[in-house]
Design a protein around this ligand. Sequence first.
Ligand code: HEC
Length: 174
Amino acid sequence: MKKSFTLSMLLMGSLFAADYSSVIENPSASEIIKKDLLAPAKVYTMPTGCITNDPKAIARGSFIFHNLNGEKVKGKTPEGLKKKNADGTYKQYGNCVACHNIEGAKGAGNIGPDLTGYKDMFMATGVRDNQFVYQKIADPRIDNADTHMTVNLTTKLFNEKEICDIASYIVSPK
Ligand code: HEC
């Protein structure tokens, strides 16, 4: 009896002494921070035929501007825009109205400038051009290193064509 008790105590001891380092996660804070940091600001050249009067492209751009994500959307999305990604997760949209007012916006925020009348005020006057609008949406840090605006192409949140759709919407007559 005494002998088996000593034996079991010895066994327990060896169990506790086991090396669990391979199964216990030991995250490195600096690695996590590195992963979370945005990629450096990048200059983009607007692809040819990017800004268009195509009503379907403008409809997609408008939809991305005014909506948060595929899960929140009731009803249909415009042609060429899905609610879900290929991996089944809901697609993230721009939710630009969180910060910008624009024609038809509901409950728009005012962290960013009001984009109402953009075509007449900024494009027709030559203050801005298509390339500026494209770059601003793709990676606003090129124009303003301390921007509070979301980075959309460098983060791969949207692809080139989607940036073109959004830019086409902003500069379109409304
Ligand atoms: C978190 C707030 C925020 C969000 C979200 C946001 N923006 Fe902005 N945006 C700003 C701010 C602030 C500025 C002005 C300061 C600057 O340039 O960073 C700006 C500037 C702009 C400009 C330049 C206006 C001009 O001609 O001076 C455009 C165009 C623009 N945003 C479009 C968008 C679009 C499109 C989206 C959605 C994909 C978006 N923004 C989302 C904050 C935001």
